[in-house]
Design a protein around this ligand. Structure first.
Ligand SMILES: Nc1nc2c(c(=O)[nH]1)N[C@H]1C(S)=C(S)[C@@H](COP(=O)(O)O)O[C@H]1N2
Ligand SMILES: [Mo]
Length: 225
């Protein structure tokens, strides 16, 4: 064998080895058996509520979102409008966990371990224009709510896909519920399918346009300004 054909044979052998290695790794990962996740009730020493304790609040009943056709659209005053599938959100963005208490104006609350992606990561990826002042969230049931963009940028606000380690159920907002920390429950929009970057500082969401405080601050009355 001359030198050229020796190199060729070695290259072919290397190729076979690489393909073999990849298929062994793939078959190993295919062997991982996914078990149903169990709800956690304590996290780093904090007792958690059960997800069964949450009262299901919904203006038009439970929304059943098809995760095959579902898209999360990032629109408005952005350089690159985005349209993500559910698996794209879970695989392309860093995941975060945080224990936060949801307080409904009706007087109940629930302390939950939330897991999801940061809203600021999503909108930074789309490129926010300097004229933006407001972030409007919309959901499949036509519910909406909004926040000053500083609230989203200066806090680690999570768009959650798991509660107490369990994937959100349709009742609890599958695929995503906003974890609007320090805000009343009506700001915690479920079944989110659009995030619009806007310059409309007077935008009022579903409950806000029916008299609830637009600031939504937990430390103030929800009937305030
Ligand atoms: N899309 C949508 N999101 C919503 C609502 C709604 O009616 N539609 N209700 C809100 C209210 S008033 C509360 S208190 C919380 C309750 O969340 P839970 O149903 O997961 O307990 O959801 C909020 N998010
Ligand atoms: Mo609520």
């Amino acid at each position: 064998m001359n030198r050229k054909s020796t190199v060729l044979v070695l290259a072919v052998l290397l190729g076979i080895a690489v393909v073999g290695y990849i298929s062994v790794m793939q078959s190993q990962s295919n062997n991982i058996q996914q078990l149903t996740s169990v709800e956690v009730r304590n996290y780093n020493g904090t007792d958690l509520s059960s997800i069964a304790d949450l009262r299901v609040e919904a203006i038009s009943g439970t929304q059943y979102v098809d995760n095959v056709t579902y898209r999360l659209n990032i629109t408005g005053l952005v350089d690159y409008p985005e349209s993500y599938s559910y698996p794209e959100i879970l695989s392309q963005f860093q995941s975060y966990k945080q224990v936060v208490t949801l307080n409904c104006v009706e007087g109940w609350s629930a302390t939950i371990l939330w897991q999801g992606v940061l809203v600021k990561d999503l909108i930074n990826e789309a490129g926010v224009n300097s004229s933006a002042t407001t972030v409007i969230f919309r959901a499949v049931d036509s519910y909406s709510t909004s926040f000053p963009i500083d609230y989203i940028m200066n806090n680690s606000i999570i768009l959650a896909y798991k509660m107490n380690n369990v994937t959100l159920t349709p009742e609890l907002g599958f695929p995503f519920q906003l974890v609007a920390q320090s805000e009343w429950g009506y700001k915690w929009i479920k079944w989110v399918n659009q995030i619009e970057i806007s310059s409309d500082t007077n935008y009022t969401g579903y409950w806000e346009s029916r008299g609830y405080s637009n600031s939504g601050d937990l430390n103030s009355s929800f009937l305030g300004p």
